[in-house]
Design a binder for this molecule. Sequence first.
Ligand code: ADP
Length: 192
Amino acid sequence: MGPPGAGKGTQASRVAHELGVPHVSTGEMFRDHAAAGTELGRKVQAIMAAGEYVPDELTVAMLEERLAEPDAEQGFILDGFPRTEGQVAALDTLIGEDGLDGVVVFEVDEDELVQRLLTRGRVDDTEDTIRYRFRVFRDQTAPLLAIYGRRGLLVSIDGIGDIDEVTERILSAIEAYDLRPGAIIEESEIPQ
Ligand code: ADP
């Protein structure tokens, strides 16, 4: 988890590859639908372009279908999900309250992020939309960190630095906290 532009997509893909599990990115799935012109794609296109969240109903249905695929049986890296309280509840229902092994949070400076996003040049990366997406993240998604914090699942990562360096930090944290897919972590085992 982390604000837009924090590097979630890049890092999630690398870490998933490293662990041999699928990278499940709801943003990427929505972009694929939009590009393919599916019914879902047509529904979400304008929402995404405005920097709004797609309604939970659509997002959860899409995710549920993805996690039911055989390659997700041994685990997965979620990227961009959950983003709302409703999605946290839906995920709890899907995989159980103890279904997640860990939640990696990217700590990054906001000014740096705006610069990164402006150079990325995706269609939803105009300055107004970026600022709006930050606000939506602060209002709707940042509060979810407290929920996972109470469950003892949060691992905070410094997201500034080169891509390899950040990947190394995440992989070391996974090792230190024993967050491998399938590993069980007791709250008492989490280093303080
Ligand atoms: P970023 O990392 O820049 O926030 P994403 O690729 O994760 O971008 O998401 C792009 C857009 O897709 C979001 O702004 C939102 O419109 C939509 N989206 C992605 N994931 C979700 C989700 N879990 N719930 C609602 N909308 C989502």
